[in-house]
Design a protein around this ligand. Structure first.
Ligand SMILES: [Cu+2]
Length: 239
């Protein structure tokens, strides 16, 4: 929740059903709300709200009032525990991702983590995943977008890239470092490097834009340790 003297301070609870204003501040090292932010990935603030069971995910861009209060119309689909992540760069400082636990009031029935798989669909789109997460190293993950069986080659830039990937660890919702490949094309492949800190299950959320609309494709992926990974493609050596 706090890092480098910065804290994510939720002001309002999150709503279920009808969207309501969700407001928060970033409290800085001097104890007051931060009002100076750099633009990163096209926005000054990226807010991610995920359910604790990782079946719900939203990536939105709040607006800031002059006093440093950020707000966005938001509703979550069901009651239960959620985690919010604010991703931002304070003026003159390093970029940060801060988390805060939120509770949407009401009865909570956690769902099991969706099964791991290499293909998922969202609307008319199919996204496939190649590559394996290996704990403790940067793993290359290639996501391929198709529509109606045809590769999509005219993805639109979204947040300064052709796709935006968020990776969260199942259980504690630890937020992973993800780097997009620099030499990106407009599809069908989008390449990321994902740093999984430990073995276990993760949920990957890909935001991509095509024909003017942003969609989110979600995958469950399991990270192995290097020793468990005996595939020929593994780059480590067995002697
Ligand atoms: Cu964002």
């Amino acid at each position: 929740m706090s890092q480098d003297g910065y804290t994510l301070d939720p002001i309002t609870p999150i709503a279920t059903g009808a969207p309501a204003d969700f407001t928060f501040r970033i409290i800085g090292p001097d104890g007051g709300p931060v009002t100076g932010f750099e633009v990163a990935h096209d926005k000054k603030m990226h807010l991610i709200v995920a359910s604790r069971d990782l079946t719900s995910f939203q990536h939105v861009h709040p607006e800031m009032a002059p006093d440093g209060t950020w707000s966005i119309r938001l509703a979550v689909p069901e009651a239960g525990p959620y985690r919010a992540f604010a991703d931002f760069v304070p003026q003159g400082a390093e970029g940060l991702t801060l988390g805060a636990d939120l509770q949407a009031a009401g009865d909570y029935r956690p769902k099991p983590l969706p099964q791991a798989g290499r293909t998922t669909s969202v609307g008319d789109y199919t996204v496939s995943l190649a590559g394996d997460l290996v704990a403790g190293r940067s793993s290359k993950i290639t996501l391929t977008v198709s529509k109606g069986g045809e590769p999509v080659t005219d993805l639109q830039p979204y947040l300064g890239a052709y796709g935006h990937l968020v990776a969260l660890r199942a259980g504690d919702l630890a937020h992973l470092h993800v780097h997009p490949e620099e030499s990106a094309t407009a599809g069908p492949e989008i390449v990321f490097y994902v740093e999984a800190p430990s073995r276990g299950d993760y949920r990957l959320f890909l935001d991509f834009q095509h024909e003017g609309e942003v969609r989110t494709a979600a995958f469950t992926a399991t990270a192995t340790t290097a020793d468990e990974d005996d595939s020929p493609a593994a780059t480590h050596g067995h002697s």
